[in-house]
Design a binder for this molecule. Structure first.
Ligand SMILES: [Zn+2]
Length: 443
């Protein structure tokens, strides 16, 4: 546009992802074409929704029960699903918790979203001002939730059983029922988890960055820490990605506990996604920086005994900092320190003080050259600050996000790039690995 100054801004980018992975992500992004969905246009026909033989009119919401098992005898394990049917056309988004029954961040975040603060007229999830359909499923694995267990009653892991089978074991039948009634027609899925028993996770999004629609979903969520990972076999994320459905897993906190900051980041992230998709009014919040990481390592106990942990999940470590000390009541006077092998972030930390040699004490994300950038965003206790955990979300534009990519790799292969970003060509410039000089310019 002549006469109009185009805003330019320097964004620090670093690529230390293994070359092959980096290429796969770049190729996937380059080949990605945004979905063209004419049925989401404002003028498209938008009818009442039929779900489990219940009618949900445009601009309304309703809680419907979905049985986990299709049986005429015995418990069907009905779970509540609250369906918001907006007044205008748009995509269908699933927000769910407690696929693992003892992981309470999701149920709590979903419960917040279903509170009148959000659902009343003028609230963020007021169906009158909503486009598309939002399905909130606070507790997917209700039998596990009731028995405070990760698993379904047959002892199997639901998140290793998707897309399931109607004739296989109980858990796979449940997976099949969930998949066919709730998942396979979704346009995106946000799956809330916590660390498994014995550990606590800092808030983070797990996503396959080579699945472009999921990559965009992860960005829209607005979390500071995004871990690139291929989804485990049988996970909902994998089944969804294989069918082309974008899906992210959010991890925050620990099993059997409620950590309010992890809960807040979860529901703020879900709202960010809905805002980014223009399904609800308002602008999505953006973090001050974004850490894209792939590759991490477990710090393991070298000896057995009692573990004294000095840091929490999300603590920024300097090389040589003591993470934990192991002592043994059977060998008084002896102790062993576990130290950070280099600068990095404790993305997960053990909460169970009993250790034997080889047990993971923490999940460590080496930061290589980016520790100073990340170090600028820690609080007095040395923990990474998450914007969404604070009182009010900090509103930022996408272009103000400092993005770094971290991979544990041999530093000889590492490339360090400080690039000038043309805001309208962010993805293109991101793919550019030629070093460019620092500069700030108007054009
Ligand atoms: Zn889980």
């Amino acid at each position: 546009m002549p006469g109009r100054k185009k805003k330019r801004r320097v964004i620090k980018t670093a690529h230390e992802i293994p070359k092959r992975r980096k290429r796969a992500i770049e190729e996937a992004l380059a080949a990605h074409e945004p979905a063209n969905n004419p049925d989401w246009d404002r003028g498209a026909e938008w009818a009442p929704l039929r779900f489990m033989r219940k009618r949900i009119g445009p601009g309304s919401f309703r809680t419907v029960h979905v049985p986990l098992l299709n049986v005429s005898m015995g418990d069907q394990w009905p779970i509540p699903v609250t369906v918001f049917h907006g007044s205008r056309p748009g995509p269908t988004i699933n927000i769910l918790g407690a696929v693992h029954g003892d992981e309470l961040t999701g149920p709590s975040a979903c419960t917040h979203l279903l509170s009148t603060k959000f659902t009343e007229p003028g609230g963020a999830l007021d169906p009158e001002t909503m486009a598309g359909t939002v399905r909130i499923i606070p507790v997917v694995n209700l039998p596990g939730f009731r028995s405070k267990s990760r698993y379904l009653p047959d002892g199997r892991d639901l998140n290793r059983s998707f897309p399931g089978s109607p004739t296989s074991n109980t858990t796979r039948r449940v997976a099949h029922q969930l998949w066919t009634t709730l998942m396979e027609d979704a346009d995106a899925i946000i799956d809330f988890h916590t660390a498994a028993k014995g550990r606590s996770n800092m808030p983070q999004v797990r996503v396959n960055l080579a699945h472009p629609a999921s990559y965009l979903l992860a960005k829209a969520f607005g979390a500071e820490v995004v871990l690139d990972s291929e989804p485990p076999r049988g996970s909902l994320r994998r089944a969804a990605n294989e069918e082309g459905i974008p899906c992210i897993t959010y991890e925050g906190g620990a099993a059997d506990t409620l950590q309010q900051s992890a809960v807040k980041i979860a529901f703020e992230g879900a709202l960010n996604v809905l805002r980014s998709l223009k399904m609800i009014p308002g602008r999505p919040a953006r973090p001050a920086f974004r850490l894209l990481a792939s590759g991490s390592r477990w710090l393991r106990a070298s000896e057995g005994g009692l573990l004294d942990v000095f840091v929490r999940e999300g603590t920024m470590m300097r090389e040589g900092d003591v993470v934990a000390t192991i002592s043994d009541p059977g060998s008084p006077g002896m102790s062993v320190d576990i130290v950070a092998p280099e600068d990095g972030l404790m993305i997960s930390i053990a909460t169970n003080p009993f250790v034997t040699a080889g047990m993971p004490v923490g999940h460590f994300l080496p930061l290589n050259k980016h520790s100073s950038l990340v170090g600028r965003h820690v609080d007095e206790e040395g923990r990474l600050q998450m914007a969404a955990a604070k009182g009010d979300p900090i509103w930022r534009e996408e272009q103000d996000v400092e993005e770094v990519t971290v991979e544990e790799s041999t530093s000889e292969e590492a490339e360090w790039v400080t690039a000038v970003f043309d805001l309208e060509q962010e993805e293109k410039e991101e793919a550019d690995s030629d070093p460019l000089p620092d500069q700030e310019a108007d054009s």
